[in-house]
Design a protein around this ligand. Structure first.
Ligand SMILES: [Zn+2]
Length: 446
């Protein structure tokens, strides 16, 4: 934390800095300097006064922390927010979401839905998201245009959809996109086989081979419900996690999303192979899918990150809400109020997410040399007063609307809650038009 240079583009003086690493610490009367796209200094305010900065920002009563990392979602599905609630996973998918997607999903749908999702995510403190959806090229272009960091997990199914024909076609298109974006500083492109029940063994083997060759991450929905695991066990005599292990997919490159059905052997296998788990507590609760054993996984040494899943099954993309839910659910699930303390929940939403995405050297904490992805949170409001422990307020009392500023790669994407790259009024008009079209189709098919 020593001063490396005497000039900076931006020098920020908040009341608190929560760097996430080292774990659980809060720095008072510290300042942070940004130069280009990176954090160039983190030091006591008294020493920071000597930095010659192009711009100085005073943030009294505010905490600075790393931007939150949403490790799983389907951004464009924000256009289906509130479209079909109060259903369990398979009826929700088969009777509502998949038919609606068949009618509406297009490049324009993905562009507008992704922009809506990014606007919501930035306003609630997220600076990196992972996305698995059709037309990933459009999602990538939208994220790039809006200055948002993103892991694109290009979708892979065995069957045709609006974006591809079969396993080979999805993989070919996805790898072409990966090649197109190989120089992007904001976007990474990785494999996104949808689930073991929608991608056959031979395609999973191809993905395992290619991911190992390219050293590329793989994200997959896995053990989302007990029914899914039971059905696979009945059909194949094998649990999906065991099948992925047999096919060579379990490694530090894999991000297993959901994992609500876990035996002790599963947890040991995840720990031994270095697989990551992405916990989506609100989506799991809303679809009554089950609860991931986060505390046991963490004790076993498994890296657990956090995701919202889509706004159609959450119904928001607010990582503050997700941190709070994860912490509360862990306590209820274990009957132990000490499970998943606030600092651990914050780590899951930041550095653990960076580790899961293979970006721990780049983002996830406030450290000199890392990308300047950070947010400012105003703790002066009645909702967060009095203030004994800033991390406690961030996890248990903030709702995302206290985020005032956000920078991604050193660039301001929100200042005083105003989005710098998104015209919210124009976006709202386009979203209203989608609402009209989607509700019209729903009423015709009922
Ligand atoms: Zn999902």
């Amino acid at each position: 934390m020593t001063l490396q240079q005497k000039t900076a583009d931006l020098l920020i003086h908040p009341d608190w800095i929560v760097p996430v690493l080292p774990h659980g610490i809060v720095l008072e009367n510290y300042s942070i300097a940004l130069s280009g796209d990176r954090i160039s200094a983190l030091l006591p305010r008294a020493e920071a006064e000597s930095i010659d900065a192009r711009e100085v920002l005073e943030l009294p009563g505010q905490a600075l922390l790393p931007g939150l990392i949403n490790c799983h979602g389907h951004a464009a599905m924000s256009l289906f927010r509130g479209y079909a609630d109060d259903q369990s996973l398979m009826p929700w998918l088969e009777q509502h979401i998949w038919p609606a997607e068949q009618v509406h999903v297009s490049e324009q749908f993905v562009g507008d839905g992704t922009e809506l999702a990014i606007a919501e995510m930035i306003r609630s403190g997220t600076t990196t998201f992972s996305d698995m959806y059709f037309f990933p090229d459009i999602c990538a272009a939208t994220a790039q245009r809006l200055g948002m960091r993103c892991q694109i997990t290009f979708p892979i199914f065995d069957f045709p959809t609006a974006w591809g024909l079969d396993g080979d076609d999805y993989i070919r298109k996805g790898l072409a996109l990966r090649d197109d974006l190989k120089h992007s500083t904001l976007i990474t492109v990785v494999f996104g086989p949808h689930a073991p029940y929608t991608v056959c063994e031979s395609n999973l083997v191809k993905i395992a081979t290619l991911a190992a060759e390219l050293d590329a991450p793989v994200q997959i929905h896995l053990h989302e419900t007990s029914e899914e695991v039971l059905q696979a066990s009945d059909q194949n005599g094998e649990r999906p996690l065991d099948m992925l292990h047999r096919l060579g997919l379990l490694s530090p490159r894999i991000q297993c999303v959901h994992m609500t059905d876990l035996r002790d052997e599963d947890i040991a296998l995840l720990a031994a192979t270095g697989a990551h788990v992405v916990h989506c507590p609100q989506s799991n609760m809303k679809l009554a899918s089950g609860a991931c054993s986060v505390s046991t996984l963490r004790k076993a040494g498994v890296n657990v990150a956090l995701g919202t899943d889509s706004a159609a099954s959450n119904n928001d993309l607010n990582m503050f809400g997700e941190m709070q839910t994860a912490a509360l659910l862990a306590k209820l699930h274990t009957s132990d109020a000490s499970s998943l303390p606030a600092a651990d929940a914050l780590a899951m939403a930041t550095i653990n997410g960076a580790r899961a995405l293979g970006l721990e050297d780049t983002i996830g904490s406030l450290e000199v040399g890392k990308q300047a992805d950070l947010i400012a949170v105003d703790l002066r409001g009645p909702e967060t007063q009095p203030l004994y422990h800033p991390i406690s307020q961030l996890v248990y009392a903030c709702n995302g609307s206290q985020v005032t500023h956000s920078w991604i790669g050193g660039e301001s994407v929100m200042t005083q809650r105003n989005l710098t790259r998104i015209d919210l009024q124009a976006l709202t008009t386009r979203v209203s038009s989608w609402q009209h079209r989607i509700s019209h189709t729903a009423s015709q098919t009922q």
